[in-house]
Design a protein around this ligand. Structure first.
Ligand SMILES: Nc1ncnc2c1ncn2[C@@H]1O[C@H](COP(=O)(O)OP(=O)(O)O)[C@@H](O)[C@H]1O
Ligand SMILES: [Mg+2]
Length: 417
């Protein structure tokens, strides 16, 4: 075992990761990559021949890893420390968000495409166990052969799906194509909540990866297509992406503005700096996303829930992780302050005036964006609830979503009317 990992992008070596103190990592681009490609893995790690300091290297790569409970369980099972970023990448880095595939230096990467193992039965058995003891069992750690990684607090698994069968990749050349998220005991019907909000966004005019509820062995799962994967001549190609925290060099523990992470003004600066080739289009799109999140009551839209695609230039990635957290009895603080407050009950007219300034748009323009979004969502809401109830059965979550969305629309219309 060496203390060096290879970072691969599209079958080419981008650079290496060396183990530093306390499980941190040091990243260095390969000379060959700088000479021939010169595409950065992150806006926070521009191409250069010198090594990057452990703090900035670790911030980017640690942001690829699972968080909270899943992280603790994985570390415990593999007998390494929860903060040991190097060991996580060594064990789970083969398929990540974006294009990078990370493997130990002493292993030859196997790029043969189409090498997958069918896990349908094992998945059903795990979901059965999770239903009985949701605290003990998490999807990720139970799938012992999974050498893959995705950020986030919700339990999930990146997979390859064909028909009704679910697979895990066996090598670096075989990428996952979907993300599945199971039910969560503390959050009633969360897969339906997410599927509903994603579809509402799609119908309200956003570009959104397709998602649905999949039933497997009597269990409901939320399934979404990965927008960072593309099929090219029978091969699944990885498209690079990074989230806003990675792009700005924030470590994962600072994803919330209240704990020192990015707020709307910083996100706007990032968009203006790297995503303004088409003038203000992306800034306006981002504002519409925030208005949509406000209306569905998605208070968890932190810096890791927005991403940039690196695909012959930079693009704002499609909208993802759309869940109404307001339907649950949480303390429900906003991940980013609106005006000067993190709390829904402290929002006033004035908050949106400050917000417009943060986003560098005229208040009148914000009024017209809010008005457009409220109308689009109102138009689709009832019909979509009926369709979901018809497809998946009536459930309290739809009543709760309806109540929250209607009430937020009414409140916004009273501010902006
Ligand atoms: N449809 C998707 N395609 C590609 N990457 C995605 C997609 N959805 C989420 N991701 C990536 O996976 C990470 C975790 O997913 P997310 O839905 O945010 O989970 P969580 O609810 O746990 O925060 C995201 O931060 C993003 O990098
Ligand atoms: Mg997320």
């Amino acid at each position: 075992m060496t203390d060096r990992l290879q970072v691969i992008w599209n079958k080419r070596l981008v650079g290496t990761l060396d183990r530093h103190k306390k499980g941190r990592v040091v990243f260095q681009y390969s000379q060959d990559w700088i000479r021939n490609e010169s595409a950065p893995v992150s806006l926070s790690l521009p191409c250069r021949k010198e090594k990057f300091a452990p703090a900035i290297s670790t911030a980017f790569f640690e942001n690829l890893l699972p968080e909270s409970n899943t992280r603790t369980v994985l570390a415990f099972r593999h007998r390494f420390d929860k903060k040991d970023t190097y060991s996580f990448l060594e064990n789970f880095g083969e398929d990540c968000a974006g294009a990078l595939s990370i493997i130990p230096e002493d292993q030859d990467p196997d790029f043969t495409p189409g090498q997958y193992e069918n896990i349908t039965q094992a998945l059903i058995e795990t979901l059965d166990k999770m239903q009985v003891d949701p605290e003990k069992y998490k999807l990720y750690p139970e799938m012992k052969q999974a050498k893959l990684s995705l950020a986030g607090a919700q339990d999930k698994l990146p997979v390859y799906i064909k028909g009704t069968e679910v697979y895990l990749p066996k090598n670096s050349g075989s990428a996952t194509t979907h993300i599945i998220k199971p039910i969560n005991a503390g959050f009633n019907d969360i897969p339906r909540n997410e599927a509903f909000c994603m579809e509402l966004a799609q119908r309200s005019g956003f570009s959104i990866p397709n998602s649905k509820i999949m039933k497997i062995g009597g269990h409901e799962l939320f399934v979404v297509d990965r927008y960072d994967r593309q099929k090219l001549n029978k091969e699944i190609v990885r498209i690079h992406q990074e989230d806003f925290c990675q792009a700005m060099g924030y470590p994962a523990e600072r994803k919330y503005q209240e704990t020192g992470g990015p707020g709307f003004a910083q996100c706007r600066e990032l968009i203006d700096e790297y995503l303004s080739n088409e003038g203000a289009t992306n800034r306006l799109l981002f504002i519409s996303m925030l208005v949509f999140n406000y209306i569905i009551g998605n208070h968890d839209a932190h810096g890791k829930n927005f991403s940039i695609l690196h695909n012959n230039g930079f693009e704002l990635a499609p909208f993802y992780d759309l869940v109404s957290t307001q339907v649950y009895p949480l303390d429900n603080k906003f991940a980013m302050a609106i005006g000067r407050t993190f709390r829904l009950d402290r929002i006033r007219n004035h908050s949106f005036e400050v917000f417009a300034k943060d986003m560098n748009v005229r208040h009148n323009l914000l009024i017209s964006l809010v008005d457009k979004m409220c109308r689009a969502m109102e138009k689709e809401l009832n019909c979509l609830i009926m369709e979901h109830e018809k497809n998946y059965g009536k459930a309290k979550i739809y009543e709760d979503l309806n109540k929250v969305i209607q009430s937020n629309i009414t409140q916004l219309q009273s501010f902006f009317g």
